[in-house]
Design a protein around this ligand. Structure first.
Ligand code: NAD
Length: 452
């Protein structure tokens, strides 16, 4: 596997793909290692995983540089991602431990202990857009719950995940964590293998195919899938703040974030001022190689992803959308893997750009006549990951409470307070992670009862 920097075309690194025959053998080794790992107990397992933190920190700069080189993320954002999975790891581990401690329930007659046991062997299959964070959020709770894990990172950005996993593997007992490399072939082989739990983050289409295959062994699933997140701007919103959020959340990581703003519904009364501010914000962004200090927006991670976005953009323009800034020429496009931050108006729900996940730097703005129309349009999607509403507190809360999304932000992004789950509703997820209830999905709950 030769991994190229999507900004420059230079080779970022190489890795050997795992032979398909080797995958069953890796799962068998994980199976053999699992009982002893589980028998260590919750606190000992957590202590062993924490033992990797110093090594992860010392590899933080290397991992951030690799993220920047392998998928084009601006270096500052890559450093933030690495730090989340190194400096932030101790707190994450403590939260998982607390979630998995036995819990006692009692009524007048019965005392019940809820125990959280390992499920067995877990497969963790991750996407390219957060190459360290996604493995970390999938693997760490699974390990602490007493599972052994076989990780397969994305073939687009496996280099930083390889460094991350090797830091852990160096401090864990043999075969408690293993890493395999490759694309969908290795991924589907892992899904078919004798694993008990599949932790998948990626596209809805791949999630659906994993679910079909997993039905054969009734394997447990945690699927974190794509989104088509709406942003609603009410007519009493702080327009400067709403536009700043729209720019940040549409163009961060070149739009390659599962909770990017993908659709904007803005009240007629404030639409002109809001749209002008979004265009100004897009114009001000510096685009280029993520390794350069000034860069705020990098390239698409791959030519394949650029094609997805350009096809949607061109179809929208051909069907009557107006491009105010960015890739407005239906014929040509920026060089290489780059797509300029682009602002569209005059879009409709008949267009793929308002229906399908774009995963690119496009702000698509639609005018609405009422709060009810905004809610109806925002909910007109099979997805349900994040959403945001900008407006006065009371009205924005009323609108937010009607949205069919797993995570909603009011006058801010959708991420919750520490301890909140990361959860997609509808076809954006099946199972979820983080927070007490998310951590518990990596374990089998067992209730043991006696008379009081
Ligand atoms: P993808 O579905 O193409 O690939 C994800 C992973 O699955 C990769 O490792 C890939 O090799 C593997 N894979 C591909 N086909 C497979 C198969 N048939 N069986 C098993 N594994 C297979 O997704 P992507 O393009 O890498 O990532 C982008 C997607 O991930 C977007 O839809 C994005 O919204 C989503 N995502 C969601 C979240 C979330 O928290 N909900 C977070 C990050 C990304």
């Amino acid at each position: 596997m030769t991994i190229r920097n999507p900004a420059t075309g230079e080779i970022a690194g190489t890795l050997t793909p795992t032979s398909l025959f080797e995958i069953d053998a890796a799962v068998a080794r994980a199976r053999a290692a699992q009982p002893a790992w589980a028998a260590l107990g919750l606190d000992a397992r957590a202590a062993l995983v924490k033992g990797a933190i110093e090594s992860l920190k010392s590899h933080g700069a290397e991992m951030a540089a690799l993220v920047c080189a392998e998928m084009g993320k601006p270096l500052e954002e890559a450093i933030g991602e690495a730090s989340y999975s190194t400096d932030g790891l101790a707190q994450e581990i403590d939260e998982v431990v607390e979630a998995l401690r036995p819990e006692v329930l009692e009524d007048e007659k019965t005392s019940t202990r809820l125990l959280f046991d390992a499920l067995g062997v877990a497969a963790a299959i991750t996407p390219w857009n957060f190459p360290i964070l996604m493995p970390s959020q999938s693997v760490v709770p699974a390990l602490i719950a007493g599972n052994t894990v076989v990780l397969k990172p994305s073939e687009v950005s496996p280099l930083s995940a390889d460094v991350w996993a090797r830091c852990l593997m160096a401090v864990l007992p043999a075969n408690v964590l293993q890493i395999v490399h490759g694309d969908g072939l290795q991924g589907s082989e892992l899904v078919r293998s004798a694993v008990d739990l599949i932790i998948f983050t990626g596209s809805r289409a791949t999630g659906a195919s994993i679910m079909r295959e997993a039905a054969n062994g009734l394997k447990r699933l945690i699927l974190e899938l794509g989104g088509k997140d709406p942003l609603i701007v009410l007519d009493d919103a702080d327009i400067t703040a709403a536009a700043a959020f729209a720019v940040r959340n549409s163009f961060r990581n070149a739009g390659q974030v599962c909770v990017s703003t993908e659709r904007i519904y803005v009240a007629d009364k404030v639409a002109d001022a809001f749209t002008a501010a979004v265009v100004e914000g897009a114009r001000a962004l510096k685009q280029g190689d993520g390794a350069l200090a000034a860069t705020q927006v990098g390239p698409m991670a791959s030519a394949r992803q650029k094609k997805v976005v350009m096809d949607q953009l061109r179809a929208a323009i051909a069907d009557g959308a107006t491009c105010l800034f960015g890739e407005c020429d239906g014929e040509t496009a920026s060089d290489g893997n780059f797509i300029r931050p682009t602002v569209l108006v005059g879009v409709t729900h008949a267009m793929s750009i308002m229906r399908d996940e774009t995963f690119g730097p496009v702000a698509s703005i639609m005018r609405v006549k009422s709060d009810d129309e905004a809610v109806a349009l925002a909910n007109d999607t099979p997805y349900g990951l994040g959403a945001a509403v900008f407006g006065s507190a009371e009205r924005a809360t009323r609108v937010a409470d009607q949205l069919t999304a797993g995570m909603v932000g009011i006058n801010r992004g959708c991420g919750g307070a520490s301890g909140s789950p990361w959860v997609g509703a509808r076809q954006s997820g099946h199972g979820f992670h983080s927070g007490k209830y998310g951590h518990r999905q990596f374990a089998q709950v067992r209730s043991v009862s006696r008379a009081r």
